[in-house]
Design a protein around this ligand. Sequence first.
Ligand code: KIV
Length: 272
Amino acid sequence: MSQHQPETKKVTTLRLAAMKAQREPITMLTAYDYTMARLLDAAGIDILLVGDSAANVMAGHTTTLPITLDQMIYHGSCVVRGARRAFVVVDMPFGSYQISEETALSSAVRIMKETGADAVKLEGGAHLFSTIQRLVASGIPVVGHLGLTPQSVHQLGGYGLQAKEGEAADRLYQQALGLEQSGCCALVLEKVPAEVATRVAEALRIPVIGIGAGSGVDGQVLVSQDMLGMEDSFSPKFLRRFAQLGDLIKGAVGDYITAVKERSFPSESESY
Ligand code: KIV
């Protein structure tokens, strides 16, 4: 059982900035539904990410590309209803922000209005600076995402480590500075060498949240179903499983099946 006693005050962009300034690590996990959001929020998580990884985790797709704006809005609104304290970030899905700045703004406005989320997140660097400025100028907090950007998996050629070489690392560093200058309130760095991620986190004033980016960043994010041990087909080096809920669920369901088959459930005290 966790000993962490969460504060009850709602996490805001200002609180996240203060946590970075005070060097207090920021915790972030994905959530796609009300029940999980309530549990993670009650445990004291700082940020709930309604990731487009919902395409994989909730819908069984092999990439994040198929999930739609309407589906992200559905997941986002479920999570917001379950979150009292956590800052809720909703991913802008593939195709909802790349076509034009107008499309991006209208997608982001829909997410903010229809989910009640606190911020949106989008993937990519320099080509999005003016789009991000437009969203931020409209009052929408934006979280950036660099390194492994799963919406570009076909261009990247897989889900490997990014920014390995000097030139690629420098490019990522410059893009991170540009995202901060464009108005991002935080940045997710996925699957980059710890040294590269630390350099970025030390240079930026906004919080840098890592996944597979080492311990020198300002916070960590994982996919909840992965860190809870509900998915065993995926074991990247950066993933620590903090529980084995998959085994627990299968054991409990096995017990239920046995009890129903042998007619020991429901008992007299469980009947009307
Ligand atoms: O969609 C997602 O879950 C994400 C995290 C892996 C950062 O973007």
